[in-house]
Design a binder for this molecule. Structure first.
Ligand code: UDP
Length: 237
């Protein structure tokens, strides 16, 4: 039996614990919510449960049905999951299908404008610098990862998008955009890590275009808990 040992890290939405197996860690999802690099703080009751269960479900499907390697090992409880210990590549990989958020602002597009092809963006994970956007040249010059790793990350991100877009369409949800993080296992393999949840994706109801994600918290729209519950119901039944 794998036992939880000391806490390794506490982030904005999750805690990470070491275990008696040096290659495995336990992630524990909290209800704490932050936005705008921690400037806005709050609680979304039940969020940790939704994000944990939804993320695990989607990662399992991605592996089984699309051949995407992930850090996921086993769901331990409503809020806790056993995952492979990885070294996180310090990049936020943003995948966009429809203009929203910072892209809509930057390029002067109305939110909801469909993009003619998938847009991939990278941000360097660094709170002190407010996660600046970087391109392939910056990433290689700064050695955030190797060229080969970046090519793997880009092709996995496209594969994940193709799979998830179709999956969410089947539950009447538009996958507007989302953020991925990748990690490197001890044998040097790049795997999908972190989470896939309403915290990290923009989900719009395909019929009404109602927002079913963290934008309701970021933009003080109300109905935050209900939106998370609705997504949980559509994904997990
Ligand atoms: N995102 C995220 N964490 C971040 C920044 C963005 O999970 O630190 C997600 C966000 O939920 C959205 C997508 O990445 O689904 C694109 O976000 P954008 O760059 O538009 O930034 P935002 O408008 O969220 O600040």
């Amino acid at each position: 039996m794998i036992q939880k040992t000391e806490q390794l890290y506490e982030g904005k939405a999750k805690k990470v614990f070491a275990t008696t197996d040096p290659d495995l860690v336990i992630v524990s999802y909290k209800d704490d919510a932050t936005a705008f690099n921690g400037a806005k703080k709050g609680t979304i009751v039940g969020k940790g449960v939704v994000n944990n269960r939804m993320s695990n479900y989607l990662m399992e499907k991605l592996t089984k049905e699309a051949g995407v390697p992930t850090h996921y090992v086993e769901e331990l409880s409503e809020r806790e999951t056993l995952v492979k210990r990885v070294k996180i590549v310090p990049l936020e990989v943003i995948v966009r299908n429809i203009a929203a958020g910072s892209l809509a602002k930057r390029l002067g597009l109305a939110e909801g404008t469909p993009l003619k092809r998938t847009v991939l963006e990278y941000c360097y994970k660094c709170d002190a610098l407010d996660d600046p956007m970087v391109n392939e040249y910056h990433i290689l010059a700064m050695e955030y990862c190797t060229k080969e790793e970046l090519d793997t990350i880009a092709s996995l991100a496209q594969k994940i998008n193709d799979y998830l877009k179709a999956y969410f369409a089947s539950i009447n949800v538009e996958l507007v955009d989302f953020k991925l993080e990748f990690g490197k296992t001890k044998d040097g393999k790049i795997v999908l890590a972190d989470e896939i949840s309403p915290d990290t994706c923009r989900f719009w109801d395909a019929t009404t275009h109602e927002k079913l994600d963290k934008d309701r918290f970021r933009r003080d729209m109300g109905g935050v808990e209900d939106a998370y519950k609705e997504m949980m119901k559509r994904v997990l039944g």
